[in-house]
Design a protein around this ligand. Sequence first.
Ligand code: MN
Length: 308
Amino acid sequence: MTERIEARSSTIGGGLTIRRALPNTRRRMVGAWCFLDHAGPLDFPPGDGLRVGPHPHIGLQTFTWLIEGAVVHRDSLGNEEVITPGQVNLMTAGSGISHSEDSVPPAHGKPSGSTSRLHAVQLWIALPDAERHRAPSFRNHPQLPLIESGGFSVRVLAGSVFGHTSPAEVFSPLVGLDLLAKRPGRLALPVSNSFEHAALVLEGEAQVAGETLAPGTLLYVGPGRDSIDISCDSAARLIVIGGTPFREEILLWWNFVARTPAEIQQATHEWNAGQRFGSVHGSPSAPLVAPDPAGLHLRADAAKPAST
Ligand code: MN
């Protein structure tokens, strides 16, 4: 079973327009993956860039896959880490953390009018109930397994494929892959029979499970397969995510993943009061204000478009 789902455009910090593929009205999750933004590729005007000021998270992991550009992550644990192309930043929010993400200005020596480029995918992974109150942590992963198969370079971002496993620590069975072809390619991607999957083309055009995809369309692929056919007629890049269908009902509001409106209301109150989430030092961007969740009980399945 496959299902084509159109991503929608949304705006995040710095006026950056992104394509949001998850959550959507058709599919809220794919395995534990509960959020998927595709940003770029784009060139910011000189002096401009991604600017997402300090904001909190609970109950999830933020998973950043950077393809082009440079973004500095700062968090309330004191981490300050520049992510560069080919790396994953994985932040486990657990009981609560705050962070900021800002484009790194063009290097010294470059013309002052230099633009800054960005191409990235940001995902969230919902933590299962037994793990969602764990202590927060952050890891940058510069080394991820790379396998060549069928004309594709397959980067293992999370989970395992072809016997290679990503070092990224996750808390439910899932997989995340980046597939890059510089010329025509054809691959039967081995997958876990119990996983559901989704594919999103980031550049070019590709055929996935018989469907032709371009950027902006997410293809959901249901469980019960041992492989997914992927091909392209010219250069293309896509990501494939998957996991065991997540059996817990989650509540996703702004930057929080919880189970009850009371948890969201408490986190909102504590963030806006300067409690619980520590502080982020050094970000040039102003902290974000959590929106009032008063209407949350009316739209318990809603995801606020302003999430980052
Ligand atoms: Mn964030």
